[in-house]
Design a protein around this ligand. Structure first.
Ligand code: HEM
Length: 418
């Protein structure tokens, strides 16, 4: 009896000690956890303005605060654009140019859709096995090259292959930019330079303002990953039980007008809402960084803080219990808190010029053209690298949002497909 009592006491003591240690460790974690990230929407919007973050009042100008975290981009891609230039006047000029270039007329949208459909049909008409990510990259790049750089891709021999090679070279350079050990500067990146020269033989390699990547990176790097995820959502995930969503996107690809973009489809959901939900669940820019310098106890301190866009988009407290599910119906009734927390195109004063029209519609166009070209009814299905069908692997859960995911998916055409 006494021995049992002693054992019980010992057990209670051990549990209490574990509790004390756990609370202690948690307190130490809270005190020392990195303060450099915010997932509070109001705080994120203030941080993006770059004047103040919590107690730190920024001594840097908003422009310098914004470009400083992008120094690696300038080094790795050899670009000088609004994201990297120290010259604020040139940044304003670049943004104005971007606004003009993406301000397409109704007829331009029609032509773009035709070009894209014909490229997709060419790619899929004879092939029996296609690398899905490369197909998405090639169509996403085509929109950017045609609209922003006026590239006449039909006159360039093997343009399709060059675009895929360029997309891969950009991807490798991007990955290298995140890792000190692999960092290669543009001047020494022969692959990247060669793939650019194949499409732009006359650009001046020594002038960072003339580098086509200045125009390619802001739209291509952001759009191909969201495009791939939307294709997967529609073909293999939540869209499997909502075939009308795919029909809505295809309808927009055939008639890329404002009216069609906003028109409710089969179950009342428009292409605009389908894209908005894609951008919420899979924001291409997951974090927006700002450099800060401020005075503290007589010394100058500096740090880089991040607005965690992805966390704002996935917060259950703001978006509800199904925050991590693709549910375009939520866009029927959006609250003010949700509007505040929605930041796929950043916020004032550096808000993306493609936010209102070009960005969302170019996503809808690539996705609509692609799901149309590789519909199951045309004999296509998606398989992994071993040829195994993947139509039942996603189960309605959120897809991965990192760069390398879904690199191992292929489209194959089953016998008898047309
Ligand atoms: C899905 C497509 C796109 C997404 C998700 C996107 C996202 C963003 C984000 C998050 C920012 C804010 C960056 C910051 O505050 O540091 C931004 C700014 C900007 N974006 Fe986009 N973007 C897209 C397409 C494009 C395209 C096609 C262009 C055309 C050139 C473009 C040009 C710009 C420019 C010039 C800025 C800087 C604006 C300024 O400094 O005032 N973006 N974009």
């Amino acid at each position: 009896m006494l021995r049992d009592f002693c054992r019980l006491n010992l057990l209670i003591l051990t549990i209490s000690a574990i509790n004390v240690i756990a609370v202690g460790l948690f307190t130490i974690y809270l005190l020392h956890r990195p303060q450099s990230k915010s997932s509070n929407p109001a705080e994120c919007r203030t941080l993006i303005q770059a004047h103040r973050f919590r107690a730190a009042k920024n001594g840097l100008s908003p422009h310098i605060s914004r470009i400083r975290p992008n120094a690696r981009l300038a080094f790795v891609f050899g670009i000088e654009n609004a994201f990297t230039t120290p010259d604020e006047g040139y940044a304003d000029y670049f943004v104005k140019n971007a606004r003009d270039l993406i301000n397409l007329k109704a007829q331009d949208w029609g032509n773009l859709a035709k070009t894209l459909r014909s490229a997709a049909n060419k790619l899929t008409s004879t092939a029996h096995r296609l690398h899905l990510a490369s197909l998405v990259q090639s169509l996403s790049l085509r929109i950017i090259l045609t609209t922003l750089l006026n590239a006449e891709l039909d006159t360039i021999p093997h343009a399709e292959q060059h675009m895929i090679t360029l997309a891969q070279a950009i991807n490798r350079a991007w990955v290298s930019s995140k890792n000190d050990a692999d960092l290669i500067d543009f001047a020494h990146n022969a692959d990247l330079q060669a793939s650019l020269s194949a499409l732009f033989p006359t650009y001046n390699k020594t002038d960072p303002r003339d580098n086509p990547l200045c125009w390619i990176l802001p739209g291509f790097e952001t759009s191909w990953r969201i495009n791939l995820r939307m294709v997967l959502e529609l073909m293999l995930n939540t869209g499997q039980s909502h075939p009308e969503w795919t029909s809505t996107m295809i309808a927009f690809a055939h008639s890329p007008t404002k009216t069609q973009f906003e028109a409710p489809g089969g179950d009342g959901v428009s292409a605009k809402e389908l894209v908005a939900e894609g951008l919420r669940l899979y924001p291409p820019t997951k974090r927006i960084y700002r450099a800060f310098e401020w005075a503290e106890h007589g010394a100058t301190r500096s740090d880089t803080f991040a607005a965690d866009v992805e966390a704002c988009h996935l917060s259950g407290g703001i978006w509800g219990h199904d925050a991590r599910k693709y549910n375009p119906l939520r866009w029927r009734a959006v609250t003010d808190a949700q509007k505040q927390a929605y930041l796929p195109f950043g916020g004032a004063p550096f808000e993306c010029p493609a936010k209102a029209v070009f960005g969302p519609r170019m996503i809808a166009l690539v996705v609509g053209v692609l799901v149309d070209a590789v519909q199951e009814s045309k004999g296509w299905r998606v398989v992994d690298k071993d040829g195994k069908d993947v139509s039942d692997v996603f189960c309605g859960e959120r897809l991965k949002n990192d760069r390398g995911s879904y690199e191992e998916l292929f489209l194959v055409r089953v016998a008898g497909g047309v």
